[in-house]
Ligand binder design. Structure first.
Ligand code: SAM
Ligand code: SF4
Length: 333
């Protein structure tokens, strides 16, 4: 069977699956406070359908999966899906991105079902601020989830921190300190203009050079932390002697599209070859016919653009395609 290789020679072995567009939080950079329209449940891929798509693409070289959302842990008995996926020949790694609100109660079942690693999204270590950014989330529940993730032995446990000017950039030091005595990989992420037509994004966007400046101001030295499994596009560093690491994901200021190995599947069954553009191919009508599913993926991969143009968006320059109108919660990050 053909491998998933695009026009630029990039080999795709990684599928990110958004299992739901719903979420128990409403993070300010991801969803509006009100008025979000969700897909009716009959449009959402059932677990058997997701497993069928994964089985088809595993034969095309997909090895790694990441379940995301919306919030994947709000989908009923997600561990049933994970167990199905981990039994598919060729699938070697199943990761999860979560806001961790339900992680303390779910960690063990997820591990048993086959999740190997988790990314936890956490943008503030201050309770009130966390509640403000997430529009109501409980920091304590996330921290309990984080402890549970370390306890059951997910490796690595990563923290995703979206940096926003004037909102949490004064906490860079606190997050870095967390990497000193916990085996966490802190990943600072640039705020991306996904589904945002407003100017709010530009005003809050912060380039990640700031992180290095802060570490130096703290008086620490740092060294490259080497190649960490599952690290994707993060550059990783370690303060000598620290248990954990910190990394930077800078899609806007310096994109890493040249090494992109990922495809995305939305909860309603659309293949997205790039998170930024609106091009999508709906695989749902093909389910039941493995070859038709594979052909759809080949069509999507063949049309994958060379890169996203978030830097052009920052500079308000003309773009070559139409940016997606989906919110990040409908794509999965
Ligand atoms: N609900 C889960 C969570 O928050 O981890 C999974 C879905 S969420 C859409 C996936 C990731 O996208 C999270 O780490 C979140 O912080 C990130 N994200 C959402 N909107 C973003 C934006 N505009 N820019 C950068 N990252 C964003
Ligand atoms: Fe929900 Fe994750 Fe989006 Fe926050 S970032 S609103 S937790 S989907």
């Amino acid at each position: 069977m053909n491998k998933l290789i695009d026009r630029f020679g990039r080999v795709h072995d990684y599928l990110r699956i958004s299992v739901t567009d719903r979420c128990n939080l409403r993070c300010v950079y991801c969803m509006p406070a009100e008025g979000m329209e969700f897909e009716p449940s009959e449009n959402i891929l059932r677990y058997e359908e997701i497993a069928e798509v994964v089985a088809a693409v595993a034969k095309m070289g997909v090895r790694k999966l990441r379940l995301t959302g919306g919030e994947p842990l709000v989908r009923k008995e997600i561990e049933t899906l994970i167990a199905m996926l981990s039994g598919i020949p060729g699938i070697e790694d199943i990761a999860l991105t979560t806001n961790a609100i339900f992680l303390a109660q779910k960690a063990e079942a997820l591990k048993e079902a086959g999740v190997t690693r988790v990314n936890i999204s956490l943008d503030s270590l201050k309770s009130e601020r966390f509640a403000y950014i997430t529009r109501g989330g409980s920091l304590k529940r996330v921290m309990d989830g984080l402890e549970a993730a370390l306890r059951v032995g997910f490796a690595p446990v990563k923290l995703n921190v979206v940096l926003m000017q004037g909102q949490n950039d004064d906490e860079i030091e606190d997050f870095i300190r967390l990497s000193l005595d916990k085996p966490l990989q802190i990943r600072f992420i640039e705020y991306m203009p996904i589904g945002h037509n407003d100017e709010g994004w530009r005003a809050k966007y912060l380039s990640l050079d700031t992180v290095f400046e802060k570490v130096k101001q703290m008086g620490y030295t740092y060294e490259p932390a080497g190649d960490i499994y599952g690290n994707g596009p993060a550059d990783n560093y370690r303060i000598p002697g620290a248990m954990g690491t910190f990394g930077l994901i800078h899609p806007v200021s310096d994109h890493f599209c040249g090494n992109c190995n990922r495809l995305r599947l939305t909860a309603d069954g659309n293949i997205k070859p790039c998170l930024y553009w609106d091009d999508e191919w709906n695989v749902r009508p093909r389910i039941g016919d493995e070859k038709a599913i594979q052909d759809m993926f080949l069509r999507a991969i063949d049309a994958k653009p060379e890169n996203h143009e978030m830097a052009q968006a920052l500079a308000s320059e003309k773009q070559s395609h139409t940016p997606t109108s989906r919110r990040m919660s409908q794509i999965g990050g």
